[in-house]
Design a protein around this ligand. Structure first.
Ligand SMILES: Nc1ncnc2c1ncn2[C@@H]1O[C@H](COP(=O)(O)OP(=O)(O)O)[C@@H](O)[C@H]1O
Ligand SMILES: [Mg+2]
Length: 207
């Protein structure tokens, strides 16, 4: 059981370099039961930082402690998120890799697909889904693994107001369930009062 405000991911003086871009001295603590909002212009390093938080990229220097199992990310390029063709098969992939039993996996898919309102999509081919439907399937897949940290990279870009409100509600449910949610976006209009807010500019994270 995750305690309230437990540190799930800790970054200290993190640097990451591509040839012509540097993420510089990032300090950030991701805690359970909290939502984070990291905004900044295109090319400011949001996706790179998200991948570091989830352990998908290894920092060039600095200290990172990932104090939880499987922190996860909804990828900005959503088509890269999926490994199987049919929605229900893809939803099973993460839990299978964590060694969950078949019954447990089916229960999770059933529960979270209802929560995400995607039950009608379970037998669909992923390539036939709209962008918003793909994002919901990706979130559902991550929730089926009970990941305690969910990074959402530019998920609002394809959404209308109703869909965005739906994601906010989902964020609240995640927080109530001791998770941390990190929203990465170029648009600061979607900021919520409850979020911890950071701005990324040219690879530097500011309050
Ligand atoms: N694999 C890569 N190799 C070289 N440069 C990269 C790579 N991935 C991203 N970059 C560059 O790093 C910068 C930050 O990218 P990114 O983290 O995607 O920013 P954001 O998500 O804020 O748009 C951009 O200039 C981008 O072109
Ligand atoms: Mg990005």
């Amino acid at each position: 059981m995750v305690k309230e405000y437990e540190t799930l991911v800790y970054l200290e003086n993190i640097n990451y370099n591509y040839d012509s871009f540097h993420l510089k001295n990032i300090n950030l603590e991701i805690k359970s039961k909290k939502s984070y909002y990291i905004y900044g212009p295109c090319g400011s390093g949001k996706t790179t930082l998200g991948k570091i938080i989830c352990g998908l990229l290894k920092p060039c220097s600095g200290k990172i402690i990932i104090n939880c199992l499987n922190p996860s990310m909804i990828l900005q390029n959503i088509d890269n998120q999926f490994v199987r063709s049919v929605v229900s098969d893809d939803l099973a992939f993460g839990p299978e890799n964590l060694g969950m039993g078949k019954n447990d996996i089916n229960n999770k898919i059933s529960y979270y697909s209802k929560l995400l309102k995607i039950e009608s999509l379970l037998n669909r081919n992923i390539s036939s889904l709209s962008s918003v439907e793909k994002i919901k399937v990706a979130i559902c897949g991550i929730m089926c693994t009970e990941s305690p940290v969910i990074v959402m990279d530019e998920v609002f870009s394809y959404m209308d107001y109703e869909q965005i409100s739906f994601i906010y509600d989902l964020e609240e449910k995640c927080i109530d369930n001791n998770k941390a949610v990190i929203i990465l976006t170029h648009n600061k209009n979607y900021l919520r009062k409850t979020d911890d807010v950071f701005m990324l500019k040219d690879g530097i994270l500011c309050l």
